[in-house]
Write a protein that binds this ligand. Sequence first.
Ligand code: DOR
Ligand code: ZN
Length: 346
Amino acid sequence: MAESLTIRRPDDWHVHLRDGAMLAGVAHYTARQFARAIVMPNLSPPVTTTASARDYRARIVDALPAGTAFEPLMTAYLTDHTDPADLARGKAEGVLTAAKLYPANATTNSAAGVSDIARLDRVLGAMEEAGLVLCVHGEVTDADVDVFDREAVFIERHLARMVERFPGLKVVFEHVTTAEGVAFVEGAGANVAGTITPQHLHLNRNAMLVGGIRPHAYCLPVAKRERHRLALRRAVTSGSGKFFLGTDSAPHARADKESACGCAGIFNAPFALESYAAVFDQENALDRFEQFASLAGPAFYGLPVNEGTITLERGGPAVPDTLDAGGTTVVPFHAGETLTWRLASG
Ligand code: DOR
Ligand code: ZN
């Protein structure tokens, strides 16, 4: 039984770092574990242009101790009014790595998202041309679609068509939560990949609803049935280059989650690698962890693999019940548990 695991330094291909005091309180957790991260643009107001992504990138760098080796990879939030030329410029100038499609009102701070995906063709064409990656929150928002079906219906109604119409567009189907999502990514061309979060590998919907409503297990897309969780576990441990690490770490104040209308989001940044490593260990697939965490993402995005390594050691950290994030109390994923792997310091 391996007692330690050394892999190339990994990246987080989907994270919410927030802004202001919260940014200063959480960014160091991500920078400790990852060399780079795709930073989500759903601030309030959202990061919709190259100029605002450039400013946000500077705020992230400023929020970290000087000399921290961490590269934020920026995204622009697509709206009904996105200027395709601005996206192309953002890519050419090295500011933007991707653009993010939130169907309007699908999740936190997505009210300004895209109201009619069919009208996005000009933008998607420009992104295909410029080589800008499209990150997709793949859920429909139609009131008549059950929340547990929203991902599968999104594939049928939108994603399949987008991928067919723009065969040269690189698409990341983010935080895949269903067997249908896994099958779609597996069946698509090399230009389509998916990220998978630690929480969707650990939790099914019972974790959220049995024995009382557990707001700290609530995120969007919501955790699904057990068979979906098992499909996700198979996907991440398959060794396929089509699935890679994206935590979707999304901090909210404890009080905003433990509320009559609790916010969606799980703050997993402090122990993300430990959380994923536990899954790979349980699946007897630690030899595939580097592919998922450190190699598949850069290959898809066309970026170099990171220099340097990290080491995980058996025997886990005790996860605190709460943490302070810039003056706000937040509850981390796995609060109160002892994990089975820890990230060695240095
Ligand atoms: O659970 C989520 N929280 N899902 C999202 O898509 C957004 C995120 C957030 O920003 O809080
Ligand atoms: Zn997210």
